[in-house]
Each structure stands twice: as C-alpha cells, then as structure tokens.
Design a binder for this molecule. Structure first.
Ligand SMILES: Nc1nc2[nH]cnc2c(=O)[nH]1
Ligand SMILES: [Zn+2]
Length: 431
C-alpha cells in the first residue's frame, strides 16, 4: 500500500512532563508518514516530502493534529443518563445509573446504547477506552461487536456484583467466573479488543466474587483489571463496615490478588498513604475523573500525593457520572481543580495532553499508542474548529502550537473534532 504523508501542525508527549522537562513535542509544518496504519517517519513536512516523493499527501493544515485520546474510565450503560447532576454517589447510583443499567438486560436496547456510546467516544476524539461494560454478558458482546465495527480500541468486561445494588444486577461467584471466562475466550486479543475483569466496587462485591475475579486474572495472563476505589466518603465507610478485616479500601482488592501492573482503579479521591505506596509498588494506575468528581461532589483529587508516591495517573470521563466524552473537558476540569485546591499541581498544556493521551496508554500497558513515535499506530484526532468560532480565531492568531493547544483544552469541544483515525483508518468524520 502506498504511504500517506499527513501534513499538519502536530503535538504529542511521548514522555511524561511530570518527570521530563520539555516533554511537549511540537512541529508547526510537520509531517507524519503512515503506512499500513503504522507511523514510519516523523519530522518537518518539507524533509519528509523530499525523502518520500511517492507518498500521497493529506493536507491537515489549519488545525491541530493530536494523538487519539485515551479514556481510562467510562461506563457503557450510562451514555443515556448523562446529566444527573447534584446527587452524591450512592444516591446517584440508585436514582440515575442502576435503573438504566437494568435495561441492558434487553439485548436490542443494549445494542442501541452500545452504538450511542461508541459514537460518543470516537466523535470526541477517543481512540482507546477502558470501558466498564454491563452486568449482562450479551450486552458486553454487543459492545465488543460495535467497537470492532467502528475500530475503537476497547478494553472492557462484564461488570460483576453480588450485593447491595438491585436484584437484576446481582450474580454469583460461579456465574461471574463462567461468564467472564467465556467472554475472555470470545474477545480477549481478538482484533483490537482486550478484556478487563471488572467487579463494580467492593461495596457491591463479596469476597467470593473478588476471588472469582482473581481466578480469571490468574488463568488468563494479559487481561486487565479495573474497579472503583475511594470515591466518596460514605462509600468508604460502608466498605469499611463490610470488610472489617481489611486494612483499607485497597486491601479489599489487594488481599484477593487483584492489584498489579494491569490494574486501573478509578477515582482514589480519598486515599491513605499506605494505599498510595502499595499502588506505586504494584504499578497499579489511578484513573482521575475530574468532571465526575465535581458533578457528584466526590472531592478534590490529590494529584500531588499520587505523584509524590509514584502512582501513575491518567484521565477518565466516567460517563455518566461525568458530564460527557470529551477528554479536552476533563483536562480543563483537572486544571481547574488543581488550581483551586490547596497544594494542587499546576498543570501546563503539556501535562493535559499527556494525561489525555500517553498516560492512558501507559496505564493500560499499550506501548503502541498514545504518541506519534515511529513504530506506533496512527491513532489521531484532527481538531479543526469551524470558521468564525472563537477557537478558530485563537488557532489563526496563536503565537505557538503550545498556545493553540492550551486553547483547545480551554474551549474545545467534540464539535471541533473534524476527523479521527484509528490504526490509520478513518473512524470518524464530521458531517
Ligand atoms: N462514578 C461512579 N462510581 C461508581 N462506583 C460504583 N459504580 C459506580 C459508577 O457507576 N459510577
Ligand atoms: Zn465509574
């Protein structure tokens, strides 16, 4: 196949700005040479053009080209209940999320939800997502089918619980194990899909079901693990009562053998130092979901303590506790919250881009995505605001790509996403 040479102003963060100075790489009239979905060369457009005169040029000047966004925490069954603002977590679950999640028992309904959800993700520029699936195995199948159709890199699994939700959403350890195993065999490593073992949270999980999850992890090396932790103070109290022998919330997962390099825990707004130390040593990542933390009043994410402890952090939208699929908005909200909280971490545009892209790849242990390095997959989002919009005005007059990037986080929306590529193939084009 002939190579394509993308001509654009592009930015990426192959290394972490939290640990590397000058981590933001920008090229104003840049070129990315892509063949068979893989980035083969990167540099100034003029140099790449001279070296590859036969490549087909795709001209993306006038906007910004970024690595596709990586959402490390988002709920499939909640796309249609975005907007339940103002309730604390446990009330929001009862009143907003769980009634809708029960509707996923109807596979035709689940298919429609999977379509809305996948379109929402890709239309916002997300190319990889760690997805909380459904409590119903057939809905999880419907999601993986839909993700394969659109090209989305999906890491997802059956959500399992056996107490304190509502009867329709409860399973048993035996059934959780059997359905999980069948889904792993059907989907893990098939195309772009990976499986994630997903107990909802310790509040709704017995030790027996956590052990069933651990058995799946042991027997299928490479599957990922995800759950919630330390989101809300009332939730934490209930977990403490339910697990009197556990040292803290993390210990409920740790004792079962669920914490390691392939574990991503959402929220962690109220961690202890012990929990942060164990997460760092195990290389277990935190998915920070700032819009959700704001909407549900969960609290301020202690980013400084995570960084000081050495815990890896990426971003999640947490739709539908969160307010939408845009990781631009999550980056902005993370920036606001760090700005407002005592001891917050000042976040530059480079930090925001890293958190929305390569940090997610790192959390998910996916070396082939998240930046524009030669050898990586061409997963990209082209931000090209409509003429006459404020973002367009900023882009036209920005003195540097970094300033344009800052404006993209400050005021960009999914409406500014013109095109999205996953593995070199177009996954979304704005109408
Ligand atoms: N934000 C959020 N937290 C949870 N904890 C358990 N389930 C959920 C959920 O659906 N959303
Ligand atoms: Zn969540």
């Amino acid at each position: 196949m002939t190579a394509t040479l993308y001509r654009a102003t592009f930015l990426h963060t192959p290394e972490s700005p939290f640990t590397h100075a000058d981590a933001l790489r920008a090229e104003t009239d840049g070129g990315l040479l892509v063949q068979d979905g893989v980035i083969r060369a990167r540099g100034a457009f003029a140099d790449l053009r001279a070296a590859h005169p036969d490549a087909t040029v795709t001209d993306l000047r006038g906007g910004l080209l970024l690595p596709g966004f990586i959402d490390t925490h988002v709920h499939l069954p909640q796309v249609r209940v975005i907007g339940g603002l103002g309730l604390p977590l446990l009330d929001w679950l009862d009143q907003c999320a769980l009634p809708e999640e029960a509707r996923m028992a109807d596979v035709a309904y689940a298919r429609g939800v999977a379509r809305d959800f996948t379109r929402g993700l890709v239309g916002a520029g997300t190319t990889t997502a760690l997805v909380f699936g459904s409590h119903f195995a057939r809905a999880v199948d419907a999601f993986f089918e839909e993700a394969a159709q659109t090209g989305l890199r999906a890491v997802a699994g059956l959500v399992v619980s056996d107490r304190l939700l509502r009867d329709e959403l409860h399973t048993t350890p035996e059934r959780a194990y059997a359905e999980g195993k069948a889904l792993i065999e059907r989907w893990h490593g098939v195309g772009r899909a990976l499986y994630a073992v997903t107990p909802r949270f310790s509040l709704s999980a017995s030790e027996g079901i956590l052990d069933a999850c651990a058995a799946l992890m042991r027997e299928h090396p490479g599957v990922r693990f995800t759950s919630h932790i330390n989101e809300n103070t009332r939730e934490i109290e209930v977990v403490r009562e339910l697990f009197p022998g556990a040292r803290d919330y993390l210990d409920t997962y740790e004792r079962a053998g669920l914490i390691g390099r392939h574990s991503v825990l959402a929220h962690n707004v109220h961690p202890s130092d012990r929990e942060l130390g164990v997460m760092a040593a195990a290389r277990c990542a935190a998915a920070h979901c700032p819009c959700s933390n704001s909407a549900l009043g969960s609290g301020f994410f202690p980013l400084r303590r995570h960084l000081d402890a050495g815990v890896h952090v990426a971003l999640g939208s947490d739709v539908g506790g969160g307010t939408g699929f845009s990781l631009l908005k999550e980056g902005l909200q993370a920036h606001f919250m760090q700005n407002l909280m005592p001891g917050g971490v000042p976040l530059s545009p480079a930090h925001l881009l890293y958190l929305a892209t390569r940090a997610g790849a790192e959390a998910l242990d996916l070396p082939d995505v998240g930046a524009f390095e030669p050898g990586q997959q061409f997963d990209a989002v082209h931000l090209a605001p409509a003429p006459g919009t404020p973002l367009d005005a900023v882009f036209r007059h920005a003195p540097s790509p970094e300033r344009a990037l800052a404006a993209a986080f400050a005021t960009g929306t999914p409406g500014d996403v013109a095109q999205v590529w996953i593995g070199g193939q177009t996954a979304f084009t704005r109408a």
